[in-house]
Ligand binder design. Sequence first.
Ligand code: PMP
Length: 404
Amino acid sequence: MAKPLPVYPVASASGATITLADGRELTDGMASWWCAIHGYNVPELNAAISAQTSKMSHVMFGGFTHEPAVELGKRLVSITPEGLNKVFLADSGSVSVEVAMKMAVQYQHARGERGRGKLLTFRGGYHGDTTGPMSVCDPETGMHGLFNGFLPVHHFAGRPPGGFNVPLDKEYLKELAATFRLHAHECAAFICEPVVQGAGGMHFYNPGYLRAVKDLCKEYGLLLIFDEIATGFGRTGMMFAAEHAGFTPDIMCLGKALTGGYMTLAATLCTDEVAEVISQGEARVLMHGPTFMANPLACAVAVASIDLLLKSPWQERITQLSKNLSLHLRAAAQMDAVKEVRVLGGIGVVETHQAVDVAKIQAFFVKRGVWIRPFGTRIYLMPPYILSESETRKLCSAILEWVA
Ligand code: PMP
């Protein structure tokens, strides 16, 4: 662009440290947009990629299958909530959301429900930057205005009230039911980020709202899609955020941490029922087949990343990270510039009253040897799980110094 924000050339990264080309070292608070959960330059993941490269880097996934994809499929079925037995491998988070939407539409079509071409979702969400996902991002902070006339128009329910432990709001539940009453007959599915709305505001909400959505979906014949691209693989303290709600959605999207941040890969999982209904439909197959579907390098590193995660004390690590974030961010809550401090699992958020100047705050953080990239009024941490207490303290201190 004509006036880009400053960028910092990176030479290498290892553990939770990113080294700039000029030799400066930064403690990473972002896990590279939340995917490098094991940190960088991880021996097990390096080895998995190298080994796979010498076998084959890629073959088409039409008419062929291969061990890395099969092994990944087995692991995903075994670690995700009971009943998600079918796996589609896609190239990025946004594409996996496109696939989930198409699954829902094909499912309704196959059942003879032709008038259900829309989606229902919460306000405040974020599901990706390609057209389908963009159309279910928050209508105000998303890009609906800019792409008005181009994006399909879907239906929105209010954002669930904030607070993971805050009791359910009966008025809100009534509004939610009213939105379903009004629009559900036109909708194939309800899509949402369970428990944490990420890029739409780092907003945490009570999983009880998901149970309400599930009941409404059942009543009105909608499928329920959980976008766990940001929340999957332990980030909220459970392996998947769906576990906080205690039930299995019909469709689930995974990405980001799937490969430990090594390569782009995503997955859309669904229940046997969804797959069987689609298979009985006119098309008989899911109408999606990307060139790099199930890329063997990406699948091999995803298998290694899941094995490494399962072998690690990930739950204790997240619990400890959560405690450290709460402890070291707590003082920010008293500061005038701060609206709220909140922590859930491996996510720490300091919400300010005023939006930050990204170039200015970025330079400030780099000077203090940390990598934190806020957006709007959200200064947040979503670091690698391997972060030590002193590294966590360093990240939090830099934030406190900024907001003080
Ligand atoms: N859904 C959610 C919840 C996300 O957080 C993101 C990425 N921030 C996406 C979808 C899109 O994923 P990708 O950037 O890999 O396309």
